[in-house]
Design a binder for this molecule. Structure first.
Ligand SMILES: NC(=O)c1ccc[n+]([C@@H]2O[C@H](COP(=O)([O-])OP(=O)(O)OC[C@H]3O[C@@H](n4cnc5c(N)ncnc54)[C@H](OP(=O)(O)O)[C@@H]3O)[C@@H](O)[C@H]2O)c1
Length: 281
């Protein structure tokens, strides 16, 4: 049985916690407020961006899963969450958990700037131009240089229960795709994102870096058309390019070959199974 701290125990952290508890691990869920946590998770109230608030952290943690999310899309919020918060937690852990084994950092495929529709993997260049990718990379570096075995899990866009933005847009006939050549996007179902973290927390020594995406990068238009047919909604339309902007973000195919080679088995191998389950629920 391990003592596992989930720093930022929200939707993803909660789903992970449930699996870990079922397996007999002791799970501490850290967040700032009193919002519900899964039954069995031991609550830690602290603000990662305020060092003093981490004084009461439980001792002798074996594994940290850092899954805090910035409340807003600003450089300041990203820095506080992915840089300052990591640093504060590391400083506290150095005193309270000298035997820390693993520090798993939930990162994102936003660390990649490639936009040509080609494949990227864990060895591909990371030269983000946007602050989000830059701050995440800063966090990844801290984790690699800090206590325990550091691993950055680069997740693509998460979909799943309660994350119905695309479904709602398609249903309302408001879905838009990038005009022109195929514009590839990558996805991961929330339950697989939690499953991969479970695998990294409890399985063999994690790699420095792992991409967490399903097995089917797909042009966004294809997903929207597939959903529109199933929902009986109007077909999606191309977006009007806005002058002076770089167009819709992303356009890359992220490889999950390393993840598969580690023996991870997807619950939802592609977006088709994942969205079909959501539509049936
Ligand atoms: N959504 C996506 O498509 C996507 C893609 C790639 C990666 N990710 C990453 O996946 C991770 C988990 O996402 P999620 O969907 O589970 O987010 P979520 O449901 O918003 O959970 C995040 C948790 O972090 C806590 N938190 C935020 N700031 C904190 C702070 N300063 N101190 C302590 N706790 C803090 C929040 O609780 P309180 O507000 O109560 O503090 C919340 O419980 C995040 O790192 C996110 O960046 C998401």
């Amino acid at each position: 049985m391990s003592r596992i701290l989930i720093a930022g125990c929200g939707d993803l952290g909660g789903a992970l916690a449930t699996g870990l508890l079922d397996d007999g691990h002791r799970v501490f869920g850290l967040r700032r407020d009193e919002a519900p946590l899964p039954v069995g998770v031991e609550r830690v109230i602290a603000d990662l961006s305020v060092a003093a608030s981490l004084a009461e952290l439980p001792e002798a943690i074996d594994t940290v899963v850092y899954a805090a999310s910035p409340g807003e899309r600003t450089d300041r919020a990203y820095e506080a969450t992915f840089v300052t918060g990591v640093r504060h937690l590391q400083q506290t852990l150095a005193r309270s958990s000298p035997g820390l084994d693993r520090f798993l950092f939930v990162s994102s495929t936003a660390v990649y700037a490639q936009r040509d529709g080609g494949w990227v993997d864990e060895e591909s260049l990371t030269e983000p131009v946007h602050f989000s990718g830059r701050r995440l990379l800063e966090g990844e570096r801290l984790v690699h240089d800090g206590p325990g075995r550091g691993c950055a899990l680069r997740l693509a866009g998460i979909y799943g229960p309660g994350r119905t933005g695309l479904l709602d847009r398609v249903r309302l006939g408001e879905a838009r795709y990038a005009p022109g050549p195929p514009h590839y996007r990558n996805r991961i179902h929330r339950d697989d994102a939690a499953g991969i973290l479970y695998h990294l927390a409890t399985g063999p020594t994690p790699p420095d870096c792992l991409i967490g995406v399903d097995s089917a990068p797909v042009p966004e238009r294809e997903v929207q058309e597939w959903l529109a047919i199933r929902l009986g909604a109007p077909p999606p339309r191309p977006a009007q390019p806005e002058p002076g902007t770089r167009g819709m973000a992303g356009n890359r195919r992220c490889s999950n070959a390393r993840l598969l080679s580690r023996g991870y088995r997807f619950r939802f191998p592609t977006w088709r199974e994942g969205y079909a389950a959501l539509l049936d629920s």
